[in-house]
Ligand binder design. Structure first.
Ligand code: C2E
Ligand code: SIN
Ligand code: SIN
Ligand code: FE
Ligand code: FE
Length: 414
């Protein structure tokens, strides 16, 4: 008697792998980390050289993530991940068609599409990059209630020797299984990002200089700096991935302690007096207090960052060592220095100052990039950890792509 199919499937290594991936996805919190993992595992299942994910936003498909083994080196930071464009949901593009019809599309050669198809292959990317797209597998990502969340597109299936081939039946069966299983996780990741953004905006609504764009930039700069720093230290890529996931959100919360600072100071146009500045400095301790007595990794890291993002590598920062930050009569202590400052806080310190200097404030104009880079180099090994400054200079193209993606209306970099 034949073994029923369902049993065969259950002992199937690929299905078990998808279950494992789903479990790992459930431990991630931020949407970028979730998309990174989904794309990596989908590409492994289909043996694809490259891929990207689009997410539904305002009735179009917003480009959300990309990986490309040929053009990008492994787990390094890349500017293309922050490209900012959307494709309409209609039959003219491949991803638009898949979203509109809910069908998966299997294309063996992008340059040999039959002319009776309504959709066309967009050659812009190949022309700009010198990449040669051949096979394309395009799959709508749907929840079990059939709600469309986005589209995953895999490019260039490879045979065992790395030569070009076409997507096979296995890829067509397993990639949709993974993508649909991950759909709710994607929605949760987007919700986490939005919740934190809303929390920050409520806390800082009174501060006309603080915007959602600022915290999104500091979050993304910090995530990419951490990736580069940790990879250079030879950290295990799995740990790097979870570290990126947590710092992305924790860095967005670096200034929530401003809720505790009086309006007259937060809203003051122009320069602060020494007394006002001294009050403002308590935003570090106020922020840390919000995350005490909780023990998730996100809370721990948020506390470390809020408390320590104004400490300096060789000392001279604030609030310094405080025996009990919950004590009503707490006073600021001897400044921390070097590795006494958690690395995530050393990273946010640089991301925050870079963003402050390149932005307009009521008390200063935006600085030109050359002047900012000059200051960062001057302060390397003084205000800033020199390894974090090296990481920053190494990925300056990525930093600029992030700045362009999360710009505010009227900013000089728009
Ligand atoms: P912020 O404006 O986002 O600045 C963050 C950090 O960037 C500052 O931390 C400082 O290290 C650096 N930074 C900002 N502007 C300059 C600048 O013109 N030159 C240099 N060399 N560094 C700069 P800091 O000083 O501890 O200030 C923390 C926060 O306190 C500031 O965040 C801002 O919200 C507030 N603040 C500080 N000084 C003033 C001020 O004179 N007027 C007003 N309205 N707010 C101020
Ligand atoms: C685009 O990059 O414009 C979308 C690609 C596609 O048509 O699938
Ligand atoms: C900001 O990040 O804009 C405020 C700077 C700070 O107080 O850390
Ligand atoms: Fe701050
Ligand atoms: Fe800030």
């Amino acid at each position: 008697m034949d073994t029923p199919n369902v049993c065969k499937d259950f002992s199937n290594e690929k299905v078990l792998g998808i279950l494992r991936t789903t479990e790992e996805l459930n431990r991630l919190k931020d949407v970028d980390a979730i998309l990174d993992k989904i794309l990596l595992e989908s590409r492994k299942l289909a043996n694809a050289d490259a891929g990207s994910i689009f997410l539904v936003e305002d009735q179009s498909l917003r480009f959300a993530y990309v990986q490309n083994d040929t053009l990008m080196k492994g787990d390094t930071s890349n500017a293309a991940a922050y490209a900012d464009f959307a494709v309409p949901i209609n039959e003219k593009s491949i991803v638009g068609y898949a979203a509109l019809t809910g069908q998966q599309l299997v294309i063996d050669d992008a340059y040999a599409l039959s002319s009776d198809q309504p959709y066309h292959f967009n050659q812009d990317f190949d022309r700009r990059s010198g990449y040669r797209t051949r096979s394309i597998l395009t799959i709508p990502i749907k929840t079990f209630e059939d709600k469309l969340v986005g589209v995953v597109q895999l490019i260039n299936a490879q045979d065992a020797n790395g030569g070009p081939t076409v997507f096979d039946a296995d890829a067509l069966a397993y990639v949709p299984l993974l993508a649909n299983s991950a759909s709710l996780t994607i929605e949760r990741g987007m919700m986490n990002r939005e919740l934190i953004l809303r929390m920050v905006q409520t806390a800082e609504l009174r501060d006309p200089e603080e915007t959602g764009a600022h915290v999104q930039r500091v979050g993304a700069y910090s995530a990419e700096l951490y990736r580069t720093w940790a990879t250079a230290k030879g950290m295990d890529p799995k740990l790097v991935r979870t570290g990126i996931d947590t710092i992305r959100l924790a860095a967005m919360l670096h200034d929530v302690g401003k809720v505790g600072v009086p309006d007259a100071i937060i809203k003051k146009p122009g320069r602060l007096t020494d007394e006002e500045r001294a009050v403002m400095q308590w935003h570090t301790v106020f922020g840390a207090r919000l995350f005490m007595n909780t023990n998730s990794e996100l809370d721990r890291m948020s506390k470390d960052i809020a408390l320590n993002h104004h400490e300096k590598w060789t000392g001279g920062g604030y609030p310094g060592k405080i025996p009990d930050i919950m004590a009503a009569q707490a006073v600021m202590g001897e400044p921390k220095q070097g590795e006494e400052i958690p690395v995530q806080a050393r990273i946010v310190a640089l991301a925050d100052v870079f963003d402050a200097l390149t932005s307009r404030r009521s008390y200063k104009d935006p600085w030109p990039d050359e002047k900012v880079l000059g200051l960062l180099q001057e302060e390397s090994g003084k205000h800033f950890d020199p390894d974090v400054v090296s990481a920053f200079l190494e990925i300056f193209e990525v930093i600029k792509a992030i700045r362009a993606k999360y710009r505010e209306a009227g900013s000089p970099h728009a």
